[in-house]
Design a protein around this ligand. Structure first.
Ligand code: AVI
Length: 321
Protein backbone atom coordinates (compact mmCIF):
# COMPACT_ATOMS: atom_id res chain seq x y z
CA UNK A 1 0.00 0.00 0.00
CA UNK A 2 1.37 3.44 -0.75
CA UNK A 3 0.07 6.86 0.25
CA UNK A 4 1.37 10.32 0.80
CA UNK A 5 3.29 11.06 3.99
CA UNK A 6 4.08 14.62 5.03
CA UNK A 7 7.85 15.03 5.41
CA UNK A 8 9.48 17.86 7.34
CA UNK A 9 13.24 17.74 6.90
CA UNK A 10 16.24 19.71 8.15
CA UNK A 11 19.45 19.64 6.03
CA UNK A 12 22.42 17.53 7.27
CA UNK A 13 24.86 19.81 9.08
CA UNK A 14 28.54 18.79 8.90
CA UNK A 15 29.66 22.12 10.33
CA UNK A 16 27.87 21.40 13.63
CA UNK A 17 29.67 18.02 13.75
CA UNK A 18 33.01 19.78 13.13
CA UNK A 19 32.28 22.32 15.86
CA UNK A 20 31.26 19.64 18.37
CA UNK A 21 34.31 17.48 17.56
CA UNK A 22 36.60 20.52 18.03
CA UNK A 23 35.05 21.21 21.45
CA UNK A 24 34.50 17.72 22.87
CA UNK A 25 37.77 16.14 21.67
CA UNK A 26 39.67 18.95 23.43
CA UNK A 27 38.07 18.24 26.82
CA UNK A 28 39.73 16.18 29.54
CA UNK A 29 38.82 13.35 29.32
CA UNK A 30 38.32 13.56 25.55
CA UNK A 31 34.73 12.99 24.43
CA UNK A 32 32.54 12.70 21.33
CA UNK A 33 28.75 13.23 21.67
CA UNK A 34 26.78 10.00 21.25
CA UNK A 35 24.25 11.61 18.89
CA UNK A 36 26.86 11.29 16.12
CA UNK A 37 26.83 7.46 16.41
CA UNK A 38 23.75 7.42 14.16
CA UNK A 39 24.82 7.97 10.56
CA UNK A 40 23.47 5.47 7.99
CA UNK A 41 25.85 2.66 9.01
CA UNK A 42 25.58 3.52 12.72
CA UNK A 43 21.77 3.29 12.60
CA UNK A 44 22.00 -0.10 10.86
CA UNK A 45 24.49 -1.32 13.49
CA UNK A 46 22.19 -0.09 16.26
CA UNK A 47 19.33 -2.07 14.71
CA UNK A 48 21.58 -5.14 14.75
CA UNK A 49 22.42 -4.48 18.43
CA UNK A 50 18.69 -4.53 19.22
CA UNK A 51 18.55 -8.07 17.84
CA UNK A 52 21.52 -9.37 19.88
CA UNK A 53 20.64 -11.85 22.63
CA UNK A 54 22.72 -9.85 25.14
CA UNK A 55 20.97 -6.50 24.50
CA UNK A 56 17.50 -7.00 25.97
CA UNK A 57 16.13 -3.43 26.12
CA UNK A 58 14.25 -3.67 22.83
CA UNK A 59 12.67 -7.07 23.48
CA UNK A 60 11.69 -6.30 27.08
CA UNK A 61 10.09 -3.03 26.05
CA UNK A 62 8.24 -4.64 23.11
CA UNK A 63 6.84 -7.23 25.49
CA UNK A 64 5.66 -4.55 27.95
CA UNK A 65 4.09 -2.57 25.10
CA UNK A 66 2.32 -5.68 23.83
CA UNK A 67 1.02 -6.55 27.29
CA UNK A 68 -0.11 -3.05 28.30
CA UNK A 69 -1.03 -1.23 25.07
CA UNK A 70 -4.76 -1.70 25.69
CA UNK A 71 -4.40 -0.33 29.28
CA UNK A 72 -2.66 2.72 27.81
CA UNK A 73 -5.37 3.38 25.21
CA UNK A 74 -8.11 2.77 27.79
CA UNK A 75 -6.66 5.54 29.95
CA UNK A 76 -6.33 7.95 27.00
CA UNK A 77 -9.82 7.71 25.59
CA UNK A 78 -9.76 10.97 23.58
CA UNK A 79 -6.30 10.49 22.12
CA UNK A 80 -5.94 11.92 18.61
CA UNK A 81 -2.19 12.53 18.18
CA UNK A 82 0.93 10.46 18.83
CA UNK A 83 4.45 11.85 18.67
CA UNK A 84 7.36 9.43 18.88
CA UNK A 85 10.71 11.05 19.62
CA UNK A 86 13.44 8.82 18.16
CA UNK A 87 11.02 6.58 16.30
CA UNK A 88 13.73 4.27 14.88
CA UNK A 89 12.23 1.60 12.63
CA UNK A 90 8.66 2.12 13.92
CA UNK A 91 8.40 -1.37 15.49
CA UNK A 92 7.37 -0.03 18.90
CA UNK A 93 4.64 2.18 17.46
CA UNK A 94 3.35 -0.70 15.36
CA UNK A 95 3.04 -2.83 18.52
CA UNK A 96 0.96 -0.07 20.12
CA UNK A 97 -1.14 0.38 16.97
CA UNK A 98 -2.06 -3.31 16.94
CA UNK A 99 -3.93 -2.81 20.24
CA UNK A 100 -5.80 0.36 19.20
CA UNK A 101 -9.43 0.59 18.18
CA UNK A 102 -9.65 1.81 14.57
CA UNK A 103 -10.22 5.51 13.96
CA UNK A 104 -8.34 8.51 12.60
CA UNK A 105 -5.14 9.48 14.38
CA UNK A 106 -2.17 11.65 13.46
CA UNK A 107 1.25 10.11 14.11
CA UNK A 108 4.36 12.29 14.11
CA UNK A 109 7.63 10.37 13.68
CA UNK A 110 10.71 12.29 14.81
CA UNK A 111 14.15 10.93 13.99
CA UNK A 112 17.45 12.31 12.78
CA UNK A 113 18.03 9.32 10.49
CA UNK A 114 16.26 9.35 7.07
CA UNK A 115 16.63 5.55 6.85
CA UNK A 116 14.94 5.10 10.22
CA UNK A 117 12.07 7.36 9.10
CA UNK A 118 11.69 5.42 5.85
CA UNK A 119 11.57 2.12 7.80
CA UNK A 120 9.03 3.54 10.28
CA UNK A 121 6.80 4.76 7.44
CA UNK A 122 6.93 1.25 5.89
CA UNK A 123 6.02 -0.32 9.26
CA UNK A 124 3.06 2.03 9.80
CA UNK A 125 1.75 2.14 6.22
CA UNK A 126 -0.37 -0.92 6.96
CA UNK A 127 -2.68 1.13 9.23
CA UNK A 128 -4.86 3.05 6.75
CA UNK A 129 -6.50 5.34 9.32
CA UNK A 130 -3.22 6.94 10.42
CA UNK A 131 -2.08 10.30 9.03
CA UNK A 132 1.73 10.07 9.11
CA UNK A 133 4.03 13.08 9.43
CA UNK A 134 7.77 12.38 9.36
CA UNK A 135 10.13 14.95 10.88
CA UNK A 136 13.81 14.52 10.09
CA UNK A 137 14.87 16.54 13.11
CA UNK A 138 16.32 16.52 16.64
CA UNK A 139 13.93 15.63 19.47
CA UNK A 140 13.15 19.22 20.49
CA UNK A 141 12.87 20.61 16.96
CA UNK A 142 10.63 17.68 15.89
CA UNK A 143 8.41 18.00 18.96
CA UNK A 144 8.08 21.77 18.43
CA UNK A 145 7.01 21.15 14.81
CA UNK A 146 4.57 18.40 15.81
CA UNK A 147 2.77 20.44 18.49
CA UNK A 148 2.44 23.41 16.11
CA UNK A 149 0.06 21.23 14.11
CA UNK A 150 -2.14 20.25 17.07
CA UNK A 151 -5.84 20.99 16.95
CA UNK A 152 -7.64 22.68 19.84
CA UNK A 153 -9.05 20.16 22.31
CA UNK A 154 -6.99 17.27 20.93
CA UNK A 155 -5.11 14.94 23.28
CA UNK A 156 -1.49 14.01 22.52
CA UNK A 157 0.66 11.11 23.69
CA UNK A 158 4.43 11.62 23.42
CA UNK A 159 6.51 8.44 23.30
CA UNK A 160 10.13 8.44 24.43
CA UNK A 161 11.08 4.79 24.42
CA UNK A 162 14.09 2.48 24.18
CA UNK A 163 15.75 4.06 27.24
CA UNK A 164 16.90 6.96 25.07
CA UNK A 165 16.49 9.01 28.26
CA UNK A 166 19.53 7.12 29.63
CA UNK A 167 21.80 8.76 27.05
CA UNK A 168 21.34 12.11 28.84
CA UNK A 169 23.25 12.82 32.05
CA UNK A 170 20.88 13.49 35.02
CA UNK A 171 20.76 17.31 34.59
CA UNK A 172 20.32 16.83 30.82
CA UNK A 173 17.50 14.29 31.37
CA UNK A 174 15.76 16.73 33.75
CA UNK A 175 16.10 19.61 31.28
CA UNK A 176 14.90 17.41 28.41
CA UNK A 177 11.78 16.28 30.33
CA UNK A 178 11.04 19.88 31.33
CA UNK A 179 11.27 20.85 27.65
CA UNK A 180 8.89 18.04 26.66
CA UNK A 181 6.44 19.08 29.38
CA UNK A 182 6.63 22.73 28.25
CA UNK A 183 5.69 21.72 24.70
CA UNK A 184 2.67 19.70 25.92
CA UNK A 185 -0.73 20.85 27.11
CA UNK A 186 -2.30 19.82 30.41
CA UNK A 187 -4.02 16.47 29.87
CA UNK A 188 -1.43 15.26 27.34
CA UNK A 189 0.68 12.25 28.34
CA UNK A 190 4.17 10.86 28.08
CA UNK A 191 5.14 7.20 27.82
CA UNK A 192 8.74 6.78 28.94
CA UNK A 193 10.84 3.61 28.60
CA UNK A 194 13.83 3.33 30.96
CA UNK A 195 16.36 0.56 31.50
CA UNK A 196 16.89 -0.44 35.13
CA UNK A 197 20.01 -1.30 37.13
CA UNK A 198 20.86 -4.98 36.84
CA UNK A 199 23.88 -7.21 37.57
CA UNK A 200 27.14 -5.79 36.19
CA UNK A 201 27.95 -8.90 34.15
CA UNK A 202 24.63 -8.60 32.29
CA UNK A 203 25.16 -4.89 31.64
CA UNK A 204 28.70 -5.39 30.34
CA UNK A 205 27.62 -8.15 27.95
CA UNK A 206 24.90 -5.85 26.60
CA UNK A 207 27.46 -3.13 25.78
CA UNK A 208 30.44 -5.31 24.84
CA UNK A 209 28.85 -8.22 23.03
CA UNK A 210 30.77 -11.34 21.97
CA UNK A 211 29.98 -10.71 18.27
CA UNK A 212 31.65 -7.29 18.33
CA UNK A 213 28.60 -5.45 16.94
CA UNK A 214 28.66 -2.81 19.69
CA UNK A 215 32.42 -2.38 19.13
CA UNK A 216 31.73 -1.72 15.42
CA UNK A 217 28.92 0.71 16.35
CA UNK A 218 31.32 2.63 18.60
CA UNK A 219 34.28 2.63 16.18
CA UNK A 220 32.04 3.78 13.33
CA UNK A 221 32.19 7.22 14.96
CA UNK A 222 35.84 7.37 13.85
CA UNK A 223 34.91 6.15 10.36
CA UNK A 224 32.33 8.95 10.21
CA UNK A 225 34.84 11.59 11.36
CA UNK A 226 37.29 10.37 8.69
CA UNK A 227 34.62 10.61 5.96
CA UNK A 228 32.86 13.82 6.96
CA UNK A 229 35.67 15.83 8.55
CA UNK A 230 38.72 14.55 6.65
CA UNK A 231 40.17 13.05 9.88
CA UNK A 232 42.85 10.35 9.73
CA UNK A 233 41.86 8.10 12.65
CA UNK A 234 43.37 4.61 12.27
CA UNK A 235 40.26 2.64 13.27
CA UNK A 236 42.42 -0.34 14.29
CA UNK A 237 44.40 1.94 16.59
CA UNK A 238 41.41 2.22 18.96
CA UNK A 239 39.71 -0.47 21.02
CA UNK A 240 36.10 -0.51 22.21
CA UNK A 241 35.67 -0.52 25.99
CA UNK A 242 32.48 -0.65 28.08
CA UNK A 243 32.67 0.19 31.79
CA UNK A 244 29.98 -0.02 34.50
CA UNK A 245 30.38 3.09 36.67
CA UNK A 246 28.28 2.06 39.68
CA UNK A 247 28.71 5.37 41.54
CA UNK A 248 27.15 7.25 38.62
CA UNK A 249 24.82 4.33 37.72
CA UNK A 250 25.86 4.34 34.08
CA UNK A 251 27.51 2.25 31.42
CA UNK A 252 30.21 4.25 29.66
CA UNK A 253 31.46 3.44 26.17
CA UNK A 254 34.99 4.51 25.33
CA UNK A 255 37.43 4.23 22.45
CA UNK A 256 40.88 3.48 23.84
CA UNK A 257 44.07 4.37 21.96
CA UNK A 258 46.08 1.13 21.79
CA UNK A 259 49.40 2.92 21.07
CA UNK A 260 50.92 6.38 20.89
CA UNK A 261 49.51 8.03 17.78
CA UNK A 262 48.81 11.39 16.20
CA UNK A 263 45.42 12.16 14.66
CA UNK A 264 44.52 15.14 12.50
CA UNK A 265 40.93 16.38 12.10
CA UNK A 266 41.24 19.18 9.51
CA UNK A 267 37.59 20.36 9.56
CA UNK A 268 37.84 20.79 13.36
CA UNK A 269 41.38 22.27 13.16
CA UNK A 270 42.72 19.60 15.55
CA UNK A 271 46.03 17.78 15.74
CA UNK A 272 45.95 15.40 18.70
CA UNK A 273 48.72 13.27 20.22
CA UNK A 274 47.10 10.24 21.88
CA UNK A 275 48.96 8.39 24.63
CA UNK A 276 48.54 4.60 24.83
CA UNK A 277 45.48 3.90 27.02
CA UNK A 278 44.07 7.41 26.52
CA UNK A 279 40.33 7.24 25.89
CA UNK A 280 37.60 9.05 24.02
CA UNK A 281 34.33 8.79 25.99
CA UNK A 282 31.60 8.31 23.41
CA UNK A 283 28.39 7.44 25.30
CA UNK A 284 26.77 7.14 28.71
CA UNK A 285 23.75 4.89 29.30
CA UNK A 286 22.25 5.64 32.69
CA UNK A 287 20.40 2.82 34.44
CA UNK A 288 17.67 3.60 36.95
CA UNK A 289 16.08 2.17 40.07
CA UNK A 290 12.29 1.89 39.48
CA UNK A 291 11.44 4.69 41.96
CA UNK A 292 13.84 7.14 40.28
CA UNK A 293 11.76 7.38 37.12
CA UNK A 294 8.59 8.72 38.84
CA UNK A 295 10.75 11.19 40.82
CA UNK A 296 12.37 12.48 37.63
CA UNK A 297 8.94 12.81 35.97
CA UNK A 298 7.39 14.51 38.98
CA UNK A 299 10.19 17.13 39.03
CA UNK A 300 9.53 17.89 35.36
CA UNK A 301 5.80 18.59 35.88
CA UNK A 302 4.26 15.16 35.23
CA UNK A 303 1.99 13.01 37.41
CA UNK A 304 2.63 9.28 37.10
CA UNK A 305 -0.49 7.39 35.99
CA UNK A 306 0.95 3.89 35.85
CA UNK A 307 4.25 1.99 35.72
CA UNK A 308 4.94 -1.50 34.43
CA UNK A 309 8.26 -3.25 34.80
CA UNK A 310 9.64 -6.60 33.82
CA UNK A 311 13.07 -8.19 34.11
CA UNK A 312 14.93 -4.92 34.47
CA UNK A 313 13.00 -2.48 32.26
CA UNK A 314 10.27 0.02 33.19
CA UNK A 315 7.56 1.62 31.11
CA UNK A 316 5.99 4.63 32.82
CA UNK A 317 2.86 6.50 31.71
CA UNK A 318 2.61 10.05 33.06
CA UNK A 319 0.17 12.91 32.54
CA UNK A 320 1.15 16.56 32.07
CA UNK A 321 0.12 18.35 35.29
C1 AVI B 1 19.86 4.36 21.95
N1 AVI B 1 20.36 4.01 23.27
C2 AVI B 1 19.28 3.96 24.26
C3 AVI B 1 21.23 2.84 23.31
C4 AVI B 1 21.67 2.55 24.76
O1 AVI B 1 21.45 1.44 25.22
O2 AVI B 1 22.20 3.45 25.40
C5 AVI B 1 22.46 3.01 22.41
C6 AVI B 1 23.44 1.88 22.54
N2 AVI B 1 24.71 2.01 22.79
C7 AVI B 1 25.28 0.85 22.82
N3 AVI B 1 24.40 -0.09 22.60
C8 AVI B 1 23.20 0.54 22.39
Amino acid sequence: MSRSVALRTAPADHSQFAEDVAYYLSLTPRQLPSQYLYDELGSALFEAICRLPWYRITRLEQELLRLHASDIFRRLATLSTLVELGSGNGEKLATLMDARAAGPMTVHLVDISPNALAAAIRALNVYPDLALVAHRATYDAGLAEAVLERRAGSQTLVLFLGSNIGNFDPPGAGAFLHGVRAAMARGDSLLLGADLVKPERELLLAYDDPLGVTAAFNKNLLVRANRELGADFDVEGFAHRAIWNSDASRIEMHLVSVRPQNVRVPAARLDIAFQPGETIWTESSYKYRPGEVPTMLDRAGFAVLDQWDAAGFALTLAGAR
